[in-house]
Design a protein around this ligand. Structure first.
Ligand code: CA
Length: 226
């Protein structure tokens, strides 16, 4: 079982690492918030131990970012030197699952980590899914379904759909789409975007009453959540 420790003070970080390793855990260390955010996106951590006071982006910001922007579900145990209710509330609002005031006894840290990891252990790992209305995209298996019906897409159609879903409710210009999906960043005078949008519409919208892909005249396309 792997634990990520995000803490800038090497003595504390190494103390936690050593103790956890003695108890059969594997430990990865991040020494600042940015590195923490990067590592936290790996799916294999059972628990993230996150210190509030970090250089650069602090622990609260790290927590918000991984939860709200990156959708990371790994349980977070927040460490704080400031044993105050305000910080506890802020931490929990930022998406932390539990919190431990510094200084702490290792035994207590271990108990909290075990409790949090059991909590993940009992839940199936969340599938890597994107959802809009009744449309579901599985980013791992690349399977797409709408209203429970599987839809077969080509690779390009899939990436186009993924792009639209990730930018749902926003109008994306043809140029934005060309750049992101085809990696073309100059105006080729091509209508490839419209052609593919048409393929995609035939598959994900045509058989259904509710249309998700909207043309915004003179501006581009938008996938709109109903
Ligand atoms: Ca610190």
């Amino acid at each position: 079982m792997k634990i990520l420790v995000i803490e800038d003070e090497p003595s504390i970080s190494n103390f936690i690492k050593k103790g956890l390793e003695e108890n059969g855990f594997e430990v990865a260390q991040a020494f600042d918030g940015e590195m923490g955010v990067r590592l936290a996106q790996r799916p294999d951590f059972a628990v993230i131990v996150l210190d509030v006071i970090l250089p650069g982006i602090n622990g609260l910001e790290v927590c918000q970012k991984i939860r709200r922007e990156l959708g990371v579900q790994t349980p977070v145990l927040m460490l704080t030197a400031l044993n105050e209710t305000d910080d506890l509330v802020t931490g929990l609002e930022a998406g932390a699952d539990d919190y431990l005031g510094k200084p702490f006894k290792f035994k207590e840290l271990l108990a909290r980590i075990r409790a949090l990891s059991r909590r993940t252990g009992t839940q199936p790992p969340p599938a890597n899914l994107l959802k809009v209305s009744d449309l579901e995209i599985n980013l791992d298996s690349k399977a797409v379904q709408r209203a429970g019906k599987p839809i077969k897409l080509t690779a390009k159609e899939f990436f186009l759909l993924e792009y639209l879903v990730r930018n749902k409710n926003r109008v994306m210009s043809r140029m934005d789409i060309l750049e992101s999906v085809w990696d073309i960043n100059f105006d080729l005078g091509t209508n490839v975007v419209d052609v593919y949008m048409n393929y995609l519409r035939n598959k994900i919208d045509k058989p259904f009453d509710q249309k998700l892909i909207q043309t915004v005249v003179g501006m581009g396309y938008m996938l709109k959540e109903a």
